[in-house]
Design a protein around this ligand. Structure first.
Ligand code: ADP
Length: 601
């Protein structure tokens, strides 16, 4: 995200950087061009000053040599003829003032002799141009007129021009027209003297200001010569804002170029406002910023488009997801419907299979009941005979047999009932040994019938269980009968029942030496109605009911092949935990069965 932003921001940054470089280059170029132009202008302005000077330079010399002017020195007083001559000369030459001074500095003849403020009779001995001329030199001095307050360039010569001077001829040149011409040119130009005092300026406010502070001695010297008529000579620029080639004046900055005039240490200054030198820079900045803005707008438009595309894609995807969801919901609905139908079908199947089972069970029960009923008939007939013979003992024995048969038939009925309502049984604490004996007794006729030998091995300790006793007996009976059936198929058939307690379980193993359960049907024998004894009336319910009963009690029923090659069915049941094994009489054997009962090792 951050890198992306930097990448996006990079082009305008680079653009602005390039603009800055270009601006810098242009600024330098502009400054150079301004400086070039300034130097050209300065040469021109210098010419105007020098031209003015040259124009009047020889006039004092001419005057000094002209007796029509110097006559006043001979007379040591003013004369009208001299004054008229000076007046005429001034008019013709264009000079401001012409006058002749004696060695004391008193003016004896002057071109403005008619004026109220005539110079005649006034002493200007304090002026440097007078002193210079008296020293035999050419006097040149710019000053504000001591009498009329008008500024001008004073040019002087001693008279006579050679030898000790008798007086001084002076020409005052008015520089104001020149200054006026500068101002009209619209440029900023001014001239400063050797002390840095501005005496000519196209900006009139700057006149008589100084470029740098003057020392006190210099100030007092200037005051003495009354050069600037006692004006305060303030500083021109805000020195703090000055820089290289830059002058700050009244809050504005100017590019400053200067040149020597070549006269009296004068300097000419040419100023151009800094903002004007930077006019060329605006287009660069404007175009750079414009391009950056254009770029930003472009990026925004592009991003907007990309975002719109992405959101359209998202909308499409969510639409597809919604459709998928709908399809899934439909599918789930369909599955639920099928499941409901399946459950319904299963329920129907269970009901019908139960009905079929009941039907088959009734047939089996009828078959099972026929045997004891036949035996019952036999015993009743026998008893009757014994009673007739008054053999009471034999009759009693028969009666107990009848009682046993009656029990067996009741048990059979119970089996049918249990199949119809399997949960109907009362749970009690039992000693499984009792139930094993009971089951063995009920199974006994089958063993006798088939000639199979039954051996029951029980431990001495009671085998405590918390369960309904009849279902367990039912399971044991099933296993014993199946064992008898299987063992009856071999010559020396036998069945072993062994019960023992292992930790928390009671394990009963019923083994026979029959043919065993073939591998391929081992899984199936616990299914309801699976039987290999159809011909002999097998229902195929025994193991399925037994398995279910074992599971109901919390145990299990499984089958394996034993060492005789026969089957061993293992019934494992959870032992009652709260009762500790108690020692019991080991001689208590089920002698009424023909089975052999041996204690566990
Ligand atoms: P039924 O005895 O009525 O056939 P069962 O559910 O008790 O029904 O037994 C199912 C089948 O399991 C038997 O038909 C027989 O094939 C097989 N089976 C059961 N016990 C034994 C056994 N001890 N040895 C060999 N096969 C057995």
């Amino acid at each position: 995200m951050r890198t992306r932003f930097i990448l996006l921001a990079l082009p305008p940054l680079v653009l602005l950087l390039i603009a800055a470089v270009i601006v810098q280059l242009i600024a330098v170029r502009d400054e150079e061009s301004v400086d070039r132009k300034a130097s050209e202008r300065l040469t021109l302005y210098r010419q105007t000053i020098l031209g003015e000077y040259d124009k009047y330079r020889y006039l004092p010399y001419v005057l000094a040599r002209d007796p029509r002017a110097t006559i006043v020195l001979n007379m040591q007083q003013t004369t009208e003829s001299a004054n008229r001559y000076l007046e005429e000369m001034a008019e013709n030459s264009g000079a401001n003032l012409l006058y002749i001074m004696n060695t004391d500095g008193v003016t004896l003849g002057a071109s403005n002799w008619r004026d109220e403020l005539s110079l005649v009779g006034r002493n200007y001995g304090f002026r440097p141009y007078f002193k210079a001329a008296m020293a035999g030199e050419e006097g040149r001095f710019f000053a504000i007129g001591a009498t009329m307050g008008e500024p001008g360039l004073f040019l002087s010569r001693p008279t006579p021009v050679k030898g000790p001077p008798r007086g001084v001829a002076v020409v005052k040149v008015d520089m104001r027209p020149l200054e006026q011409a500068w101002a009209e040119g619209g440029e900023i130009v001014f001239a400063s003297d050797a002390n840095g005092v501005i005496f000519l300026s196209s900006v009139s406010d700057w006149r008589y200001k100084v470029l740098h502070p003057l020392s006190d001695s210099l100030l007092s010297k200037i005051r003495e010569t009354r050069q600037f008529a006692g004006l305060p000579l303030e500083l021109l620029s805000d020195a703090s804002g000055n820089a290289d080639n830059v002058l700050a004046i009244d809050g504005r900055r100017y590019r400053h170029n200067q040149a020597d005039v070549g006269l009296l240490g004068w300097k000419l200054h040419f100023l151009v406002p800094v903002e004007e030198t930077k006019e060329n820079l605006w287009p660069v900045w404007v175009s750079a910023i414009g391009l950056s803005l254009l770029y930003a707008v472009g990026v925004l438009v592009f991003r907007g488009r990309a975002l719109r595309r992405a959101s359209a894609l998202l909308r499409q995807e969510s639409e597809e997801l919604r459709e998928l969801n709908l399809r899934l919901t439909d599918e789930v609905e369909e599955r639920k419907r099928i499941e409901r139908e399946l459950i319904k079908a299963q329920e129907g199947l269970a009901r019908s299979s139960r009905l079929a089972a009941v039907g088959q069970m009734s047939a089996a029960v009828a078959h099972e009941l026929n045997q004891p009923l036949a035996a019952l008939r036999m015993f009743v007939a026998g008893t009757r005979k014994f009673l007739e013979k008054l053999n009471i003992e034999a009759a009693r024995e028969n009666l107990s047999e009848i009682d046993g048969l009656q029990h067996r038939m009741a048990a059979l009925t119970q089996e049918l009932k249990r199949f119809a309502r399997p949960a109907e049984s009362r749970i009690e604490s039992i000693d499984l040994k009792e139930n094993i004996r009971a089951a063995a007794k009920i199974a006994l006729p089958r063993f006798e019938e088939t000639g199979v030998d039954l051996t029951v091995t029980l431990p001495e300790e009671p085998l405590r269980l918390e369960t309904a006793p009849l279902p367990v007996e039912q399971v044991l009976l099933n296993l014993l009968r199946n064992g008898a059936d299987a063992a009856s198929q071999v010559a020396d058939g036998k069945v072993l029942l062994e019960a023992k307690r292992l930790e928390d379980a009671i394990v009963i193993e019923v083994s026979d030496n029959g043919a065993g359960v073939p591998e391929e049907i081992r899984e199936k024998i616990f299914d309801p109605f699976f039987t290999t004894k159809l011909s002999s009336g097998g229902l195929g319910l025994g193991l399925s009911i037994s398995g279910r009963i074992a599971e109901d009690i919390g145990g299990s029923l499984s089958v394996a092949t034993n060492t005789f090659g026969g089957a061993t069915f293992t019934l494992s049941l959870p032992a009652a935990r709260d009762l500790r094994p108690r020692r019991e009489d080991s001689s208590n054997k089920t002698s009424e069965t023909k089975a052999q009962e041996v204690p566990a090792e």
